[in-house]
Design a protein around this ligand. Sequence first.
Ligand SMILES: O=C(O)[C@H]1O[C@H](OP(=O)(O)OP(=O)(O)OC[C@H]2O[C@@H](n3ccc(=O)[nH]c3=O)[C@H](O)[C@@H]2O)[C@H](O)[C@@H](O)[C@@H]1O
Length: 481
Amino acid sequence: MPAGVVDAAAKGVRLERHAAGAAVLLRRASGAKQLVSASSHLLFRATVLATLALVVLFAVHYPSLLSRSFSLSNAAPSSPAARPRSSHRSLLGGSAPASSYGGAAWEREVRRSATPRRDGGLSVLVTGAAGFVGAHCSLALRGRGDGMLGLDNFNSYYDPALKRARQRLLASRGVVVLHADINDAALLERLFAAAPFTHVLHLAAQAGVRYAMQAPQTYVASNVAGLVSLFEAAAKHADPQPAIVWASSSSVYGLNTDAPFSEEHRTDRPASLYAATKKAGEAIAPAYNHIYGLSITGLRFFTVYGPWGRPDMAYFSFARSIVAGEPITLFRAADGADARRDFTYIDDVVKGCLGALDTAGKSTGSKSGKKRGPAPLRVYNLGNTSPVPVTRMVAILEKLLGKKANKRVVTMPSNGDVPFTHANVTHAARDFGYRPATSLEAGLRHFVDWFVRYYKLDIKGGNVLAGKTTKRKSMAMSAAS
Ligand SMILES: O=C(O)[C@H]1O[C@H](OP(=O)(O)OP(=O)(O)OC[C@H]2O[C@@H](n3ccc(=O)[nH]c3=O)[C@H](O)[C@@H]2O)[C@H](O)[C@@H](O)[C@@H]1O
């Protein structure tokens, strides 16, 4: 029996005893005056005891109502191992609906986080901040003194423990990441009302090319509806309107055979639903730019990789399989050629994102619907400009991990994959000095260094072995951040 119910029962017994005592009192009373006084005494005691019993029962059944807090102040645990406290669940990743956000204290914290710490600094709302690119960009923005606030819905497309570990890392550097969804229009409205964000770096999306065949609706919900939700809030509820920089994808080039891929090339033949939803975003952006005067920049990322990366991507899942001694499957194009990717290192992509933010130009619309003139509308490739066969990527991993992969080569299934990507980045170089500087060898070395540390792998004689932790937990995210 719950403790509260036992307490309540005990109080019931005490109540009966008091009633008996009261009866004796009444028998002894002589005269009408004493009788009235004794009755009120009894009534008073009974009321107090009944109230106490009710309070105990209420506390047993509704503990959450008594402990809820809406403060942002503990949003940044100082140690990486620190976990969000349950009293702050609604702010830091609990399941409380985002509509429960709000209040003067919450708004103050949002504003504090969004306020730049340097003259002329930006104030950036980063969506998907606990994601791979989002976490790196958030750290870079905070590092140079920009104000910023992160959002993430911590979905389980890949192990949310990695997203939580990134969130703890960010928190240790003073970056707040709210647990919230971009499709929550009310929350976005409140955020824009609370702080005058100058920019939005919109990286929240359903990623992954091949997974779109399994979960098509999540791509529409995140990459189309979510993008519209963000544009709507920025156009109609922000004052001033922020400039928006958002993540498109190299996949919009689809089966394009002109190489390197230039922004002028056609993008009307997406090979996957993922690509189609990113292309849809690129088609939606001009409408918001035209009608509402939103400054919008789309960035086409080319297979971004690096430390704190996405476990669903080939370089990461291959590393895990190699260490665990499990087979990997390599896709070969129908003509027998190795698939190739313009693998792009995360630090280069972060520089590109910050360059795009810095040069975005202002939005020209306002909440009232008036537009002062045309606003910037831009699209850029952010690639590495040197495609590498996937087999070469595997060979580098084998060398770094000191272990051979167990390879199985099959013809590329018809699941949205494309045989090669190759970026032309002259526009990004011209407009914000984007110059990718990291070779795949150097970038994968950084990735493997982090990978070994994060999973606490054993290294013997230069070879990475699956450590005790790894074997026991089959590489579940036993994060050491
Ligand atoms: O640049 C992009 O536009 C996209 O890059 C990646 O997509 P992808 O290039 O397909 O990256 P991976 O899934 O890591 O695949 C890389 C290469 O490995 C190959 N691969 C993948 C998985 C596998 O089991 N075997 C295999 O050979 C693929 O065919 C591909 O050539 C990301 O997953 C997308 O979110 C992103 O938008």
